[in-house]
Design a protein around this ligand. Structure first.
Ligand code: SF4
Length: 354
């Protein structure tokens, strides 16, 4: 399939989600903007409660009934926010798929695994049962489930956590979606299995040229798995950059806090990790302006007046290295524009002081 499309694979514009709570209707996403092209890997990082999973659920059209959505989510230029549930159902699994943190909650305990993989194939591709079962086996082999043929009739509880996650991945990939959203896909697994599952996701995404949106609170994982990272806090993206740029130059005080708090190899025994002062505020306590204001050492009165605007720090154009015969740029692949931007008017002062 050609990688060039007039519209991006996924375009999210001023996405706002308000939730009905016991404190009234509150805005849980405060205007999220990003684009993703086919073949791109994008990470969303932040502490729990910052809006990462809500962003994923909004894209998948899986928000709770009481949520109200505004802004735009477009898949290949087709608007999703106004789509009926029936139409969205035809896209989920077929064009966009999601891997959840705990496969036990996403798998049906009452059905053998092959049936659960076969279901989207029957639903979206009209496969008959025999072909869908054969394809389920191919998919389980592809995600390297050991002794896949013998396990076809296993139920989820008969598999280990890592094996269940492989089944989830094979379900997600069954219809070769354009976008894969992985929400903390390895948090429930032990470290060795985590590495194997992440390597598998990376390999499959590269082979199929999908767009990957990876959600995690783990910076090391972002470093290894994605090309671009968006840092979320208080329902807004506060910094966005290519992974390389972000690891070299983090500018938002919250991003700096995340990096300072990460566990690092080689620290002397007994060394205390730095933590970000204060706690993530509950949604009903979010300040009106910058949501980080109550934890920020650099806060000014103006920070509390409204959401700080996006400030562009750097714009890097990654031109494709391959050229056509005349030495011009290759035309069937888009140039990759990676911006580094931050939602903090103080970033230049902070950087100068660092
Ligand atoms: S906008 Fe103000 S409160 Fe928010 S991170 Fe920047 S300096 Fe701190």
């Amino acid at each position: 399939m050609s990688t060039h499309h007039a519209s991006p694979l996924l375009s999210v514009r001023n996405l706002r989600v308000a939730l009905q709570t016991s404190h009234g209707q509150l805005e849980a996403l405060r205007g999220v903007d990003f684009e993703m092209q086919r073949g791109e890997t994008l990470g969303l990082i932040g502490e729990s409660g910052c809006g990462k999973s809500l962003t994923a659920l909004a894209i998948m059209g899986l928000l709770p009934d009481h949520a109200s959505v505004s802004g735009s989510i477009a898949l290949h230029g087709t608007e999703l926010t106004q789509m009926s549930e029936d139409t969205l159902c035809t896209l989920r699994g077929a064009r966009m798929a999601m891997i959840f943190q705990e496969p036990m909650t996403a798998l049906n305990p009452l059905h053998p695994i092959w049936k659960q993989i076969a279901e989207p194939l029957q639903l979206h591709q009209g496969m008959d049962l025999v072909s869908a079962k054969a394809r389920a086996l191919e998919l389980l082999d592809r995600v390297q489930l050991p002794r896949a043929r013998e396990r076809l009739n296993n139920y989820p509880h008969q598999l280990s956590g890592g094996q269940r996650q492989r089944v989830m991945i094979s379900m997600a990939l069954a219809c070769q979606p354009d976008i894969l959203i992985a929400d903390e896909p390895t948090t429930a697994l032990d470290v060795t299995v985590q590495k194997e599952v992440l390597a598998l996701i990376r390999q499959l995404v590269a082979e199929d040229g999908m767009g990957l949106l990876l959600i995690s609170h783990n910076l090391g994982l972002m470093h290894d798995q994605v090309e671009r990272v968006m840092v979320m806090y208080g329902g807004a993206v506060v910094e966005s950059a290519s992974t390389k740029d972000l690891f070299e130059r983090r500018l938002h005080p919250y991003t700096q806090g995340l990096f300072a708090a990460r566990p690092q190899l080689g620290l002397k025994r007994g060394t205390r990790l730095q933590t970000i002062a204060g706690n993530v505020p509950e949604i009903f306590n979010w300040p009106k302006g910058c949501a980080f204001a109550d934890r920020c050492a650099y806060v000014k009165d103006s920070c509390k007046e409204g959401l700080p605007p996006i400030e562009l720090v750097q714009q890097i154009v990654h031109v494709n290295e391959s050229k056509d015969k005349d030495g011009g740029e290759e035309t069937d692949k888009p140039r990759h524009l990676a911006e580094h931007w931050v939602r903090c008017p103080e970033w230049q002062k902070l950087e100068a002081a660092a």
